[in-house]
Each structure stands twice: as structure tokens, then as C-alpha cells.
Design a protein around this ligand. Structure first.
Ligand code: ASP
Length: 607
């Protein structure tokens, strides 16, 4: 088969453009053969480009030459078609296609390129084998669903960029080749050829640069920034990912929230969802007490504190540890469980608790005992249990430790986890995770006042719960807690959470050198070490640093949620696998000895 040259032929429309209004027009379409149906003297080619699909008809009688060419066309061939728009007969209209009311009667076609039989058809839904999809990513990306995902990604990014630009933010790029940044993951390193034994680090975030831009007086900065973190991968993590990163001068926390709410509203609008900010705000302590987690899923009812309800007398009778929390919650609409189902559930949950000391209070059994029926009634009332709801009450057995791994909130967290596990188990019943396509699907929340420090029991040190540029509450500095009571220091740090997923986090930063030095010291970093790692930044703090703060949100994750995708790989054009491999380009690879020598490196493979 000989291929045709394009010559001077110019496309007039995209394949998804044409409608009955264009009846009779002469058009030129170009695209890929999505499907070919050969009915002898009539051949139908579905021509596809990113905008959609148009049916092209080749009639042997009308244009024998074009018909003959179409006989050799195969799926994924690249074709140009000249023809006339014709209305389809009423009986042949395809309501599922945007162009389903018309077709093109071709007078000429050009076969611009052929194609091997692809390992899977871009005309079909995704195949199950993701490795094959990633290896032939160019074919996978041709699929309608992927084209849709990247359109959403583009629209969302554009809406955010426009919103921030319209609100006084400047987009400024920061370097990829830099030095280690303190986000807490492992760095990707780039060896220097010019400076033997020296390495650049790829930025885990533009954190220090954006703060320096505030020192430089840019006032409001943003960047849709690539970040690199060498972490163990999960379905929702990638070694390189994109953040909507911003920083502003002289903000109160509320101004940052308003800015983020504004750009999220614009971004969701671009995807057809009308959000209604402001979002709910909740302190970290409240989140733990009510949801047992710092990223509450607000689609589910909160936990209810029953600690006071279980009076000392009742605790004694029921062999419940005094003073420790008793927590309950409901999972809505689970429906009545049979006796066997209920027993199975109780033993599953008890097995899950292991020997940590927690137990379930069998409220169904309490109801049948005259002594405890009133308690069962009170609990049902406090939990607002509906007829179809499953109620769960967790109690600490006698001897349960108040702290677990030095964590006094462990019971709240353990019960919070159970709440999520059971909500997942009964998702089909309660339907609260089912997308309805409206703003009601998206429960946003700000979590504020995180603790400043986390205790590392193994190393016996306090670690910064965030990066070490996060400012403590001014109150907690003034009252000396930084030195005397680290566990109680609150950070001016906040997360934005959506449906139980952390979308982003940020903080008001430290702008004073003395406070910054104190924080480094309190993290066990000597002045020398701080100078060695962040000297340039400490220097910058000495030249009139204004109060400033910011946040970064994961763009990939936002797009993933809006596209209804199950993995970040569905919304990143060329992602890596769970083993950090790019299967299409086959990276990483070994490099030549010459390259290694230039970089002053020798590879010593550990087995
Ligand atoms: N740099 C932080 C991060 O990437 C976000 C911030 O504090 O703005 O998590």
C-alpha cells in the first residue's frame, strides 16, 4: 500500500464539530480510524480526533477511488477525508454521538499513515493490564476517557492560574536544581560534573524559595510547581507531582483560606461543580476528638463522646476502665443485621482490637437487661440512632493503658479508624460515598492549630510536625511553651481536607531570626548544623523579612477527584509505576562509563 502525501490540504473542522446546521458544506477532516465497517459497496470509517468522532461514508458508486483506499484503511491509520456533510436518515441517527445526526459523504480520502495492529484498541475502555497501558502510553492517551481527564486538568489549572493572577499573585519559577529542602522525604540528587562529589537536589517543594520571594518584596507568589520526593510509592503518590504553591506577605490565616477557597471554587466550576465556600473550620484537637483523625471524612457522622454517660457505677458493673474515653458512632442505613451477622461483626472488630484493651459494648444485649436498658436508651439517643443504622460503642477494658506509644489520644484515633473501616465495609448500604455529580459530593474542611512537635520515642527527640519554618502560635512563644512544654505548642499550620483526603497543607511562617534559631535548636539541630543546612536562609531573615505564610495543594489529586479517577496515574500524562519506573521510555537506566566518569561517580551495586 502506498501512503499519500498531505500536499496543501488543510483541515476545516475537528471530528467532533459538525452538526445538522452544516448540511451540504464541503469539509476536510483529519484523524485516526476509530473503527471501520465494510458493507461491500459501502464502507463506514469512524474518524476520531481529540474533539470526537464523525462517521465517514465511502460509496463505491460515488467515489470508487476513495472507496478502494478505504478498503485498505485499518484501525489507527491516519486519514484525511474530503467530503460533504449529509443528514442521516431519522432511523440512523445515533443519539449517543454528538455528531450522530450527520455523516460525511467522502469524495476523496488520503491515507496519511498506516499503523501496526495496536496491543489494545484506543476505541475501547481501558484494558486491565496497566503495564501494557503505560508501555504504550501514547495509545492509552488516545482513549476518550484519558483525553477527557487531561482536558479537565488543563481547565482546572487554567482556572486556578487565572484566579490567582486576577487576585494579584505573580507566577514566578523557582529552580529544579537546588539544595536539599526540608519536607522530610528523601531527595533526588543530581551529580555535578563541574564540582566533583557535589550534588544538586531536586526540590521537594519550592518552600525556601517562595519564602525568600516574600523577603524580596514580591508580596504574592504562586507557581504550578513540580516537586520531587523519593518516597515509597502508593497508588496516590508519584515521585514527581505538581503542587499549586503559593505564598503571601502580611496574611492572617483567614486570608490564605479565602484565597484557596476562591481558586478551588473557580477550579471546580471549570469542571461543572458549584462549590459554596467558606468551608468548615476545625482545630486539630476537635478533629481528633470528633473523628479520631486529622483529615476527617465529613460525609460520615462524627463520633460521640460517651465518657460521662458511662458513670463510675456503670463502669464498675460493666468492667470498664475508669476515666478513659468511651466513644460511639453510627454507620447509617446498614439495615438490620441477623444474630449471626451481628456476632460475626463483633468478633471481627474485637479481633481487630487485638490486645490493645479496647472492646465493643454490645448495646443490643444491654437492651434486654433491666439494669442496662436505660443506658442503652441514653446511648441510642446521644448517637441519634435511626431504625436502619448500625451503632458502635467502644469501651476500654479494665487495665487499658491511657497512652499507647506515648500518645494520649490513641483511643480516639483507634475508634476513628474503626469508623472509617466500617463505613467502607458498608459503603453499598449507606451510599454516602456515591458520586451524585453535584457540590454535595465534596465535603471540604480546614483543619487548624496542628501540634508543632511530634515526639519520636525511638530517638527520644521532638520532631517538627511540619517543616521547620512553620510558626508556633505567638501566644505559645510568649508563654515560654517552646522551651517548657513542647507537646502543648500549637503551630499556625493548617490542612485543607476533602472527603477524608488531605489536599494540601500550609502555615504562617517564622519571620524572625531569633524564633527560627530557637525552633532549630528545639529540634535538636545545633547552630552549626542549622547554619550549614539553611545558612543562606537564616541570612535572608536578617534583612527585613515580613510576616508571611502560604500553602500548597496537590494539583494531581484535585484533578483525580474531579475526573472520578482511582489513581494519580490516570491524570498524569507520563507517570511512573509503583516501582518508580517509566515503562514507556524505560527509565531509570544504567548510563555509560564515560558519563559516570564525567560525573566522578562509580557504581557499587549492593546485593
Ligand atoms: N511546602 C509545603 C508542602 O509542600 C507546603 C507549604 O507549607 O506551603 O507540603
Amino acid at each position: 500500500m502506498t501512503l499519500d502525501f498531505l500536499g496543501t490540504l488543510q483541515r476545516t473542522h475537528m471530528c467532533g464539530d459538525l452538526r445538522p446546521l452544516q448540511e451540504g458544506e464541503q469539509v476536510v477532516l483529519m484523524g485516526w480510524v476509530n473503527r471501520r465497517r465494510d458493507h461491500g459497496s459501502l464502507i463506514f470509517l469512524d474518524l476520531r480526533d481529540r474533539s470526537g468522532i464523525t462517521q465517514v461514508v465511502l460509496d463505491k458508486e460515488l467515489s470508487p477511488e476513495a472507496h478502494a483506499k478505504a478498503e485498505s484503511a485499518r484501525p489507527e491509520y491516519v486519514v484525511a477525508c474530503t467530503g460533504t456533510v449529509r443528514l442521516r436518515d431519522a432511523s440512523l441517527i445515533n443519539p449517543k454521538m454528538d455528531t450522530g445526526a450527520i455523516e460525511i459523504v467522502a469524495s476523496e480520502i488520503l491515507l496519511l499513515n498506516d499503523a501496526k495492529t495496536p496491543p489494545f484498541s484506543p476505541a475501547e475502555d481501558a484494558i486491565g493490564n496497566e503495564e501494557v497501558r503505560l508501555k504504550y502510553r501514547y495509545l492509552d492517551l488516545r482513549r476518550v476517557e484519558m483525553q477527557k481527564n487531561f482536558r479537565i486538568r488543563h481547565e482546572v489549572a487554567r482556572a486556578i492560574r487565572n484566579y490567582l493572577s486576577d487576585n494579584g499573585f505573580l507566577e514566578i519559577e523557582t529552580p529544579f536544581m537546588t539544595r536539599s529542602t526540608p519536607e522530610g522525604a528523601r531527595d533526588y540528587l543530581v551529580p555535578s560534573r563541574v564540582h566533583a562529589g557535589h550534588f544538586y537536589a531536586l526540590p521537594q517543594s519550592p518552600q525556601i524559595f517562595k519564602q525568600i520571594l516574600m523577603v524580596s518584596g514580591f508580596d504574592k507568589y504562586f507557581q504550578i510547581a513540580r516537586c520531587f520526593r523519593d518516597e515509597d510509592l502508593r497508588a496516590d503518590r508519584q515521585p514527581e507531582f505538581t503542587q499549586i504553591d503559593l505564598e503571601m506577605t502580611f496574611p492572617q490565616q483567614g486570608l490564605i483560606f479565602k484565597t484557596v477557597e476562591g481558586f478551588l471554587k473557580a477550579a471546580f466550576k471549570a469542571a461543572g461543580i458549584e462549590l459554596e465556600p467558606p468551608f468548615v473550620q476545625m482545630t486539630y484537637d476537635d478533629a481528633i476528638r470528633k473523628y479520631g483523625i486529622d483529615k476527617p471524612d465529613m460525609r460520615l457522622p462524627a463520633m460521640v463522646e460517651l465518657t460521662e454517660t458511662l458513670t463510675p457505677e456503670l463502669r464498675e458493673k460493666l468492667r470498664i476502665e475508669p476515666a478513659l474515653p468511651v466513644l460511639g458512632f453510627i454507620i447509617p442505613s446498614v439495615g438490620a443485621l441477623s444474630g449471626t451477622e451481628r456476632k460475626k461483626l463483633l468478633s471481627e472488630v474485637r479481633a481487630g482490637f487485638g490486645d490493645c484493651g479496647l472492646d465493643l459494648l454490645d448495646t443490643e444485649r444491654l437492651k434486654t437487661s433491666p439494669d442496662f436498658a436505660p443506658l442503652a436508651g441514653t446511648i441510642a439517643e446521644l448517637l441519634a440512632v435511626g431504625a436502619e443504622d448500625l451503632s458502635v460503642v467502644v469501651t476500654p477494658k479494665l487495665g487499658t493503658p491511657p497512652m499507647w506509644n506515648y500518645d494520649p489520644q490513641w483511643i480516639y484515633k483507634r475508634v476513628g479508624q474503626l469508623r472509617l473501616d466500617l463505613a467502607k465495609k458498608y459503603a453499598d448500604k449507606h451510599g454516602l460515598f456515591t458520586q451524585t455529580g453535584t457540590a454535595a459530593d465534596y465535603k471540604f474542611l480546614w483543619v487548624t492549630d496542628f501540634p508543632m512537635y511530634e515526639w519520636d520515642e525511638e530517638k527520644k527527640v521532638w520532631n517538627a510536625a511540619h517543616h521547620p519554618f512553620t510558626s508556633p502560635h505567638e501566644e505559645d512563644i510568649k508563654t515560654g511553651k517552646l522551651v517548657n512544654d513542647k507537646g502543648a505548642v500549637r503551630a499556625l499550620a493548617y490542612d485543607i481536607v476533602l472527603n477524608g483526603t488531605e489536599l494540601g497543607s500550609g502555615s504562617i511562617r517564622i519571620h524572625r531570626k531569633d524564633v527560627q534559631a530557637e525552633i532549630f535548636r528545639s529540634l535538636g539541630m545545633s547552630d552549626e548544623e542549622a547554619k550549614e543546612r539553611f545558612g543562606f536562609f537564616l541570612d535572608a531573615l536578617e534583612y527585613g523579612t515580613p510576616p508571611h505564610g502560604g500553602i500548597a495543594l496537590g494539583l494531581d489529586r484535585i484533578v483525580m477527584i474531579l475526573a472520578g479517577a482511582s489513581s494519580l496515574r490516570e491524570v498524569i500524562a507520563f507517570p511512573k509505576t509503583a516501582k518508580a519506573i517509566d515503562l514507556m521510555v524505560d527509565a531509570p537506566t544504567p548510563v555509560s562509563d564515560i558519563q559516570l566518569r564525567d560525573l566522578h561517580l562509580k557504581v557499587n551495586t549492593r546485593t
